[in-house]
Design a protein. Structure first.
Length: 260
């Protein structure tokens, strides 16, 4: 393993920061100062120290997080709360989000220090399914569902979306379904709500274009007012996790995701 990767995974700092530490002579390998961050080390046999203290490497870590709306999927932000701000009992130096969710979107998000894990789940060539639950103003006809499932144009400069899966859960008038909806501030933005049709359902996609779910539904006349990611691959959001809570992934979940 590269020295800088080892230090970052041990939460000494981000990859960028630990490279600076190495170049400044703050790191030793077997009591010898090493100045090259890309130096190969044997993590099982070599003794790595930072400022004279042994570096403890706990290995790769994986978290499942129930992201609430209102926070950004980023490590740091000068103006807004980030997903990492919820990990107050965890050393977050090496953690990063796997992919992203829009600020107003809730649901399943993974955080890890494993770059290969992130690549496996988020690279476009891997086509890992991601399922979202939504509420939207509008309705979905059989023709609309066929368009979503076979591919749809969501922008002049965008490619046609890959085949998706759509399952309608509830459909009717707002007056009939309002008690079941969680649409927050949208009530203030829409007029004549009692005369609006609404629809809820599940949309599964295997890619990640910007605001893709919202734009796909908009392309068939639906305005999304609530969105929650409920699964990635074969792993679903743990129902015991409340908004803002997290837990470590179990070994079986990590293995399943790496095989998706």
């Amino acid at each position: 393993m590269r020295l800088d990767k080892y230090l970052a995974e041990a939460s000494i700092g981000t990859r960028k920061i630990v490279r600076m530490y190495v170049k400044d002579g703050k790191v030793t390998v077997n009591d010898q100062v090493v100045l090259e961050p890309a130096t190969d080390i044997n993590e099982e046999k070599d003794m790595i120290k930072y400022l004279g203290d042994k570096v403890v490497h706990d290995g790769k870590i994986y978290y499942m997080f129930h992201k609430p709306a209102g926070c950004v999927t980023a490590r740091k932000d000068e103006n807004k709360k980030t997903v990492l701000d919820y990990f107050d009992k965890v050393n977050c130096n090496s953690l990063f989000p796997v992919g992203r969710l829009d600020m107003d979107t809730e649901g399943l998000l993974f955080l890890t220090n494993d770059g290969e894990f992130s690549h496996q789940l988020m690279h476009p060539d891997k086509h890992v399914d991601k399922t979202y639950f939504f509420w939207a103003f509008g309705s979905l006809s059989e023709g609309d569902k066929i368009k979503l499932e076979t591919g749809i144009n969501i922008g002049n400069d965008e490619s046609i979306t890959k085949p998706a899966k759509i399952e309608v859960d509830k459909q009717g008038m707002y007056e009939e379904l309002k008690e079941q909806m969680d649409i927050g501030e949208c009530i203030k933005k829409k007029k004549n709500l009692y005369h609006q049709s609404v629809v809820s359902g599940y949309l599964t996609i295997s890619e990640g274009q910007k605001h893709q779910v919202k734009r796909m539904l908009k392309a068939v006349g639906c305005y999304v007012v609530y969105l929650k990611r409920i699964s990635i691959g074969s792993v679903s959001l743990d129902p015991s996790l409340k908004l803002g809570e997290y837990r470590e992934l179990i070994i079986e979940e990590v293995q399943r995701l790496l095989k998706e």
